[in-house]
Design a protein around this ligand. Structure first.
Ligand code: SAH
Ligand code: SF4
Length: 444
């Protein structure tokens, strides 16, 4: 048995949180901790929370409650809470009061101080609470050695968001947009490629705003993609999330000309009704959104299109909702991420008076999901018989007897094969379509 202390991180929310958890893990390794796959068995557990919807907060708080029961039996256990939830004004103190078994509560802007805070909290009887204001510049974060056969890695290119969609808490807990310098991103990608990574996913709340806050550098998201295209040994480039308002023709043309940038476009529409888009302050109306879709399809006819949609935003009438259904039918997205509007304290929409009742939101969500699931399945069915190049990620977590990977258009493809294929590109003939995945067999 190892004598090193063990640590586990539970992560909720978006890829930015996943990325922050990787940073925390790198710090923990520097501090001498060893990864423990089960939270309940670890000496130190950090819960990295999300607050984009109430359900996300409930999940994180529920997990903190479950861990309390373990700590009651083993009082030396260290439990910390971080991420977007405690970064909301007043929330950290409230959580520390309600859950005094927490050793540490820290916000999103405290990440660089995590090692010090963890040490301080380990030596303190009371909960250590620290919520830092937004920094003036991005700190440089450590990055752990990519373990073994990992072929795909996240690379943060900017943090924060300068938009103010009226429903969204993200700008309040993640701060304003700050882009990383181009050179730093390129050298991180080169290092990753040297470690065997073949695909990078560029990460940010709004990746296509990249460079806007660094006018002195004269870089744009399109320019960054062109620079990364030249990195030898890198096969694929993905990015998430892009805002329809900032998607320029230059970016579309760059992606169309690129051999490496995936032809998957995730363009969150949020609603199909102009009245809602205005109240959400999205900065585009539906005609402009559709024009963007047409320009993407004109440049890349086979592009995969996905979106985010909110149902039951305050004031959404039945007719407004029908326009969202119509948008889904018209664009025929490959996949949509659909949410019921969840009021977030401190955002403008939480104070709108015409909130939609929960039962109506539930009905609308179910209806929209039915429409989208049918379209997703139909679109996948059309691909049966084709052979696609799959970048193999390893055995499927849910079905270890098959390998999982992604095609160039980001579809998840499962097929029986040797684990040794992990990290390679394998031609796979698609045999069966499901709503979310496709099953295939290795083609010769
Ligand atoms: N920056 C990204 C989105 C981040 S949040 C973008 O603008 O595309 C991810 C998704 O969560 C959003 O696109 C939106 O559809 C959803 N979302 C955000 N706030 C929400 C809220 N209060 N209620 C329900 N869904 C919300
Ligand atoms: Fe939230 Fe809008 Fe910013 Fe996306 S663009 S993170 S939805 S405020």
């Amino acid at each position: 048995m190892s004598l090193r202390p063990t640590a586990h991180i539970v992560t909720y929310g978006c890829q930015m949180n996943e990325n922050d958890s990787e940073v925390m893990l790198a710090y923990l390794e520097e501090m001498g901790y060893e990864w423990c796959p089960v939270a309940e068995d670890a000496d130190l557990v950090m819960v990295n929370s999300c607050c984009v919807r109430k359900s996300a907060e409930d999940r994180a708080l529920g997990r903190v409650g479950e861990l309390k029961r373990v700590k009651d039996q083993r009082p030396s256990m260290f439990i910390g809470l971080t991420g977007c939830m405690p970064q909301q004004p007043g929330r950290a103190e409230e959580i520390a009061r309600r859950a005094p078994h927490l050793n540490l509560v820290m916000g999103t802007h405290n990440l660089a101080r995590f090692p010090e805070l963890a040490l301080q909290a380990a030596n303190s009887a009371a909960t250590v609470v620290e919520i830092a204001p937004e920094p003036d510049q991005l700190p440089a974060f450590p990055r752990g050695q990519v373990p073994g056969a990992r072929v795909s890695a996240w690379v943060t290119i900017l943090r924060g968001c300068d938009k103010r969609c009226t429903y969204c808490i993200v700008p309040y807990v993640r701060g304003r947009e700050m882009s990383r310098p181009l050179g730093e991103i390129v050298s991180e990608v080169q290092t990753l490629v040297g470690q065997g990574v073949r695909e990078v996913s560029l990460l940010g709340q709004n990746v296509n705003a990249y460079g806007k806050d660094r006018p002195q550098d004269g870089v744009t998201f399109g320019g960054l993609l062109r620079r990364l295209e030249e990195v030898d040994g890198l096969w694929r480039i993905r990015y998430t999330t892009s805002h329809p308002r900032d998607f320029t023709q230059d970016m579309i043309d760059t992606i169309a000309a690129s051999k490496k940038v995936s032809d998957h476009f995730h363009l969150p529409a949020q609603s199909g009704a102009n009245a809602m888009l205005k109240r959400m302050a999205r900065g585009y109306l539906i005609d402009r959104y559709l024009d963007l879709i047409h320009r993407v399809r004109a440049a890349i006819p086979e592009a995969t299109l996905t979106t985010d949609l909110i149902v039951g935003f305050p004031g959404e009438s039945e007719a407004d909702f029908e326009q969202t259904v119509q948008l889904v039918e018209e664009v025929r997205f490959d996949r949509s991420y659909m949410f019921m509007y969840s009021p977030r304290r401190g955002t403008p929409a939480a104070d709108f008076l015409d909130q939609v009742p929960l039962a109506v939101k539930q009905q609308r969500l179910a209806r929209l999901m039915e429409v989208q699931d049918r379209i997703s399945l139909e679109k996948n069915q059309r691909l049966v018989g084709r052979t696609v190049q799959v970048l193999v990620e390893g055995p499927s977590p849910k079905r270890p007897e098959v390998l999982t990977g992604r095609a160039f258009d980001n579809r998840t493809v499962l097929f029986p094969g040797d684990v040794a294929l992990t990290g390679t590109l394998v031609p796979v003939r698609l045999l069966t379509a499901h709503t979310w995945t496709m099953l295939g067999e290795q083609a010769s």
